[in-house]
Write a protein of this length. Sequence first.
Length: 139
Amino acid sequence: MLDVMMLGLIPDSDYFVSDFWEGTHRILAAGQPLTFMAIPPHGGHLVAIRRAGPEPVLVASSFHFTQGSEIAAWHASGRELCFKVELGRIADGEVRLRLPAAPKAARVDGQVIAMQDSGQGIYLLGFSVHRTAEVVVNW
């Protein structure tokens, strides 16, 4: 069990906690300690922790173990989010986005892609990256 202040996090904020190996995410409510189920011997969790807020948030990515360092650009304006993924390799994966409202359209390099509702305002977008990808999501 970890106190969020020990991690340098703001104690009165909610956070998304995403586990890379398990491909899961959850919300850590304000003031709650960060806990994990039993960890097997020689096991571990590789997590990304991001502050939840009303603006679009990258909750997680399966393209890189950092769950976000591959995002080279991020711009949200009005009801649109544009971001660029730079991998330098070809890969299939997904990003999980927290959006202010349900998405109306998503495009990757101009091609329309369906988004899956994961609940709690989080949407999954699965796609292929051929070294780089430009993503646009409207809500």
